[in-house]
Design a binder for this molecule. Sequence first.
Ligand code: NDP
Length: 292
Amino acid sequence: MTATIIDGKAFAAKVRGQVAEHVTRLKEQHNITPGLAVVLVGEDPASEVYVRSKGKMTVEVGMKSVEHKLDAETGQGDLLALIEQLNNDPEIHGILVQLPLPKHLDEDLVINSIDPAKDVDGFHISNVGLLGTGQKSMVPCTPLGCLMMLREHHGSLSGLDAVVVGRSNIVGKPMAQLLLGDSCTVTIAHSRTKDLPEVVRRADIVVAAVGRPEMVPGDWIKPGATVIDVGINRIERDGKNKLVGDADYASCAEVAGAITPVPGGVGPMTIACLLANTLTACCRANGLEEPE
Ligand code: NDP
């Protein structure tokens, strides 16, 4: 069997196109422009690349993009003051603080100081609680992008066995909540899971969010299963820098029914969902109908 490739790049372009159309209507009919503020503390090269690409795509869909680049030494008080200012800015509908933060800053405190209505990353404790109880919330972008690709590929996910490998607050746990919300039978696996290969072999849907290059081989995959590879790992192979996922693409694609590539799978969907969340936040703030 050779898996269908789930083209996240093309799907993300479609989602961004829909967001752009909605933004145009908002401007024409209500004179409102959604605004996204991204806060970057320090000079982590990977974070700088993400922030640049987020800013570029925000502008491309017609939104206002604001970037705040703060010195690595920025104190907690100054960062919290900036967030307070953005919370009170009526032209800003989404606030994203790029993680990880330098060690001297309290990440939980910073994230929980964002107005939950503007928390387009969905990491604020209120949004985590709302998602966990099945209420309207801001949903974390990476798992939301994964869910959208799964729905597009499968239609209904009801009754499917899903195994999420990884239990981080930003990917694994919200992914599991979303799959549960779509009536999957969900297992969350992690570094202490006993006999991981056997656990993964039961799954109709495998979401790999581990941060270990090519850790999940094809012989862990049930024939015909769908593999969603969240991992972004930079490795050196044959003297060249390469991006690989947490699944071993070549062997998984032999067995799986469908698979997301790295790059070009989950990554582009994450940014598209960030823009979709910013649009949703803007519509909610203005009492307007939300996009679907
Ligand atoms: P974390 O490091 O926060 O979490 C990794 C999880 O994997 C942990 O729960 C850990 O278990 C588990 N794990 C580690 N080793 C093993 C193992 N040998 N067997 C089973 N489970 C294991 O990572 P993130 O969730 O933040 O990110 C995961 C991956 O996704 C990374 O490659 C990251 O770069 C990528 N990513 C991609 C995004 C995108 O837009 N495409 C966005 C965000 C992340 P334990 O809890 O027991 O330690």
